[in-house]
Design a protein around this ligand. Structure first.
Ligand code: ADP
Ligand code: ADP
Length: 226
């Protein structure tokens, strides 16, 4: 786990649109931060800058002790979880989880150990040889989590990971992700437009509006002063 430092960061797209304006956030190691706010407020842009999927126009992004502005996404020691899972359809669950580790040149034995540990935590042991299309939505989302966990990253970045699930499953998965994050202690930034999700999962909530931080505090603080 590592601290994530967002220091006076702005993003202006080529179109001239300023999607993020002068955002500063010190995220403590092990903290679960939720970015919330209406569609178009800049949540996804901010998360993608931390991931290295968008360039930073002004300011600095730090993970651990390193300034990341010019570092490749693959070298940032982060793992992202997306709403569409982004699983490889032709690969088994096992290979979906192992893929990123193979690319890093990790030994077969170490990969097997990590995949087995993640599968146990996520209750996926019986499904390792299945393809994604043979799984339920919740199981697919757990595979996507598994792929993130096996990397043992400094930080998890979640981009609306539950928005494709039905209401009941969404509530179940909230609890699962939160418990998992506490158990692993991995610093997390979680984007959602769902206020209830933010309230139930966050250590601290950051409310964005028009690309700026409008409010920041514990769920209770934000709930009491909407
Ligand atoms: P959110 O995730 O809160 O819905 P986004 O970060 O996706 O917000 O978008 C913030 C603003 O930036 C929106 O006005 C959106 O249309 C715009 N935007 C997002 N991506 C791009 C892009 N690649 N080029 C230009 N504008 C973009
Ligand atoms: P999300 O907010 O989950 O990224 P969107 O539908 O807003 O979903 O955006 C989908 C993709 O299109 C993203 O990669 C985003 O950066 C890009 N995008 C969003 N708004 C714009 C825009 N106004 N111009 C160009 N690309 C955009």
């Amino acid at each position: 786990m590592a601290q994530v430092k967002i220091d006076n960061v702005s993003k202006e797209y080529q179109s001239g649109l300023r999607a993020v304006s002068e955002v500063s956030l010190d995220i403590r190691a092990g903290e679960f931060i939720v970015l919330v706010g209406p569609s178009g407020c800049g949540k996804s842009t901010l998360l993608r800058m931390v991931a290295g999927l968008e360039t930073v126009t002004e300011g600095e992004i730090g993970i651990g002790d390193r300034v990341m502005n010019d570092v490749d996404p693959a070298d940032r020691d982060i793992a992202m979880v997306f709403q569409n899972y982004a699983l490889y359809p032709h690969m088994s669950v096992r290979n979906n989880m192992a893929y990123g580790l193979k690319n890093r040149g990790m030994s077969k034995a170490d990969i097997e150990t990590r995949v087995a540990e993640a599968a146990a935590i996520l209750r996926l042991e019986e499904y390792l040889d299945r393809k994604p299309k043979q799984l339920s939505g919740g199981q697919r989302q757990r595979v996507a989590m598994g792929r993130a966990i096996v990397r043992e990253p400094a930080a998890f970045l979640f981009d609306e990971p539950l928005s494709n699930l039905d209401a009941k499953l969404r509530v179940d998965m909230r609890g699962e992700i939160k418990q998992l994050q506490k158990r692993l202690g991995t610093t997390s930034i979680y984007v959602t437009h769902d206020q209830l999700e933010a309230m139930t999962m966050a250590d601290r909530i950051v409310v964005l509006n028009g690309g700026r931080v409008e409010q920041i505090g514990s769920p209770l603080d934000v709930y009491r002063n909407p």
